[in-house]
Design a protein around this ligand. Structure first.
Ligand code: NAD
Length: 424
């Protein structure tokens, strides 16, 4: 069979051939070590699961230091073209170039491909050292909006002519000058949040939750303070849920309406009925409270949809509570075009480059997410199981070894071999 491209069908469903070509970026620093280990496990799992009837044909593309050394560019146009053409790719961590034209290679990739969802599953694997008492209570998937918000990069340094111009505009045209405490020395940042951007994010999260029959979707926002950006995100989220998925969801917005018109008892009984019918409950929580809830009652949350900055904080805090900063995976996805880049969530840890000591699980689990996205669920499940078993047997890399009693210390490549051995 000749290897083929993954494509997007006219029905909006991904078409994955049995021998798909998948571009990969090895990454900088510890990237080559963790990529070699992850690739070995991904290939072994696919081979074992499908007995040679399916196989990934890897295609290297360049970015970061390796690209700079070979081509003089940090992110060659060809890399973007290939990522665009082949839809699904995977990458190790990349150095953020200091100075130069690109703020961050990751941000450039996200913007170029309009990858509007940053997807971060957070769950605990038995045996992983965790700072909380019951890490098993956390099992959630975070949909972080990836293209808007204060992250859009529209900001001006204090004292620049642009900051002065904006201050004049705010003062003279919009009458908002008095709200700025120290006008002459203020820097400014703009926070764009759109209806389209919020709706497509929440819509993707709703579909994800409904397809997997998950109990709830929570809109996390700071709408009590930022009413027209974060508050609107919440409202647009509820609206899209009720308008497009009305018979499959019950929202807190509906509960509030019922409470006003029918009384609290009736509203509660409707909510209970919806839960009993297996409807998806759509609720909202203010971001600061949500950070408490992550520690106090994580079992109440399954899918979370949130804006860019909140999502950044929440993803890392949630990952830390399951001990998973070193092993938590991520993906950047555009569910409409099908474009997706799966990636390790940690950085390049340059001090440990080429030491063959770091934990490959973050990139590996990103690969597992990629297999799921491709519809190769059986291979994905087999890796997750083998990884969990290896950790449970305390055969681990240095990061976990340092936090466990009676563990066996393994090199990155040895750990990969253990996981391969554990594949069913
Ligand atoms: P980092 O994640 O690279 O490293 C911080 C520390 O975390 C390391 O010293 C190490 O102790 C630990 N660590 C990281 N990955 C690990 C692994 N797989 N196994 C075990 N321990 C691990 O963060 P940093 O030092 O802030 O950033 C270094 C470089 O990486 C910078 O250039 C930064 O811009 C870049 N970065 C890239 C990405 C990305 O490509 N997605 C993300 C974050 C940082």
């Amino acid at each position: 069979m000749t290897p083929q491209k993954i494509t997007m069908g006219p029905d909006g469903l991904l078409k994955v051939p049995d021998f798909p070509i998948v571009p990969f970026i090895e990454g900088d620093g510890i990237g080559p070590d963790v990529w070699a280990a992850s690739k070995m496990i991904l290939d072994a799992a696919v081979e074992k699961t499908y007995g040679g009837t399916r196989k990934i044909e890897w295609k290297e593309i360049l970015a970061g230091e390796k690209a700079y050394k070979q081509t003089g560019e940090w992110l060659p146009a060809e890399t973007l073209d290939i990522a665009r053409e082949y839809l699904v790719s995977i990458k190790g961590p990349l150095t953020t170039p200091v100075g130069g034209g690109i703020r961050s290679l990751n941000v450039a990739l996200r913007q170029e491909l309009d990858l509007y969802v940053c997807l971060r599953p957070v769950k605990w694997y038995k045996g992983v050292p965790s700072p909380v008492l019951r890490p098993e209570n956390t099992n959630m998937v975070i949909f972080r909006e990836n293209t808007e918000d204060i992250y859009a990069g529209i900001e001006w340094a204090a004292g620049t002519p642009e900051a002065k111009k904006l201050l004049d505009f705010l003062t003279n045209e919009l009458g908002a000058g008095k709200k700025i405490r120290f006008p002459e020395t203020s820097a400014f940042g703009i926070k764009p949040v759109s209806k389209e951007g919020s709706e497509r994010l929440v819509r993707s999260a709703l579909k994800y939750a409904l397809e997997r029959k998950l109990p709830s979707l929570t809109l996390v926002h700071k709408g009590n303070i930022m009413k027209f950006t974060e508050g609107a995100f919440k409202q647009w989220g509820y609206d899209v849920a009720e308008r497009e998925f009305g018979d499959q969801v019950y929202t807190w917005g509906q509960w509030e309406k019922a409470k006003k018109t029918q009384g609290e008892e009736e509203a509660n009984s409707r909510m209970k009925k919806a839960e009993a019918q297996g409807k998806l409950i759509v609720k909202d929580v203010i971001a600061d409270n949500f950070l408490q809830q992550l520690l106090l009652a994580p079992q109440d949350y399954s899918v979370v949809a949130t804006l860019n900055l909140n999502g950044d904080y929440i993803s890392d805090a949630a990952a830390a509570s399951v001990g998973g900063i070193g092993i938590s995976p991520g993906a950047n996805i555009n569910y409409i075009t099908g474009h997706a880049v799966f990636e390790a969530t940690h950085g390049t840890a340059p001090r440990f480059a080429n030491t063959n000591t770091m934990n490959p699980s973050s990139l590996l689990l990103s690969g597992v997410m990629m297999l799921e996205y491709m519809g190769w669920q059986e291979a994905a499940d087999s890796i997750e199981k083998a990884l969990a078993e290896t950790i449970m047997r305390k055969r681990v890399t240095i990061d976990f070894y340092n936090l466990m009693n009676d563990a066996t210390l393994l090199k990155t490549s040895e750990f990969a071999q253990e996981v391969v051995k554990a594949l069913a």
